[in-house]
Design a protein around this ligand. Structure first.
Ligand SMILES: [Zn+2]
Length: 264
């Protein structure tokens, strides 16, 4: 289903309405979540997680590879790229993530993806905006990694589109939720090798013909929930470049640590 279509909006609204009926989930809860995004227990004050889970989150900060955003253990020149990027430069320009993908951030992503927890979006979007501030300040257009039509219908929403919308709201950068289209229904990537992932998503994305003018000569900020090997981000970048994008940066909520590391 086209995410901008009335049917998509109606489906999302029905799901939102059902979610809002949760006990204690009033307007205040939508603005600032009062229930833990992971355990759904009430949290004492305004916050998204219990303090013990919050303490386990690993936020990414400098020093980072200037290109792929993987963390360095020692201070380096700010233009330094990691060995993996020097050996095999990714096709995207830069990538940044808010969190290292670990036990707690995985549960955050799963809550977003499979339970449709929209109530934490302003918090998660804020973390992404902070991690990707340089990329956001250069961007002309925010574009989420799309789901294939069948998966979108089954799930009812695209969590990457939600994150992209949160980033657009907080930064004022224009959003196009449907500039990219997934033209190949690819199997779930989990468990595949880096090469397997690359083959899996090869040719899987296309810029919609009706959005080509929107993308041409623009600096695009691609948004996804997790960056693992970067295969999906690279496949999307190729599609955006084919449509004439001037550059493509990537921001995700979490990324696997290590230089464009092992698959999860
Ligand atoms: Zn790198």
């Amino acid at each position: 289903m086209d995410q901008s279509s009335p049917d998509y909006v109606a489906t999302s609204r029905r799901k939102d309405k059902a979610r809002r009926k949760r006990p204690g989930a009033g307007l205040a809860g939508l603005i600032w979540p009062q229930r833990s995004l992971i355990t759904n227990r009430e949290v004492a004050g305004p916050g998204a997680l219990e303090p013990e889970l919050w303490a386990k989150l690993q936020f990414l900060s400098d020093p980072l590879c200037a290109r792929c955003g993987s963390p360095f253990e020692i201070a380096v020149d700010e233009a330094q790229e990691c060995g993996a990027c020097l050996a095999h430069p990714p096709v995207y320009d830069r990538a940044r993530a808010a969190l290292v993908y670990g036990d707690v951030s995985r549960d955050l992503v799963l809550g977003l993806k499979y339970q449709g927890r929209r109530d934490g979006l302003s918090v998660l979007g804020g973390w992404m905006a902070s991690a990707g501030r340089d990329l956001l300040s250069d961007a002309d257009l925010i574009v989420p990694v799309p789901l294939h039509y069948f998966r979108l219908v089954r799930r009812g929403f695209n969590q990457s589109a939600w994150l992209a919308a949160a980033l657009s709201r907080s930064s004022g950068v224009k959003l196009s939720v449907d500039a990219l289209k997934r033209v190949k229904a690819t199997p779930i990537q989990g468990g595949l090798s880096a090469d397997g992932r690359r083959r899996n998503v090869q040719g899987a994305f296309k810029v919609r013909r009706s959005r080509e003018r929107l993308v041409k000569d623009q600096k695009i900020l691609l948004v996804d929930d997790v960056l693992t090997t970067g295969a999906t981000a690279e496949a999307c970048t190729r599609a955006l470049r084919r449509a004439g994008a001037a550059c493509v940066d990537v921001v995700t909520l979490a990324r696997v640590a290590g230089p464009r590391a092992a698959p999860i």
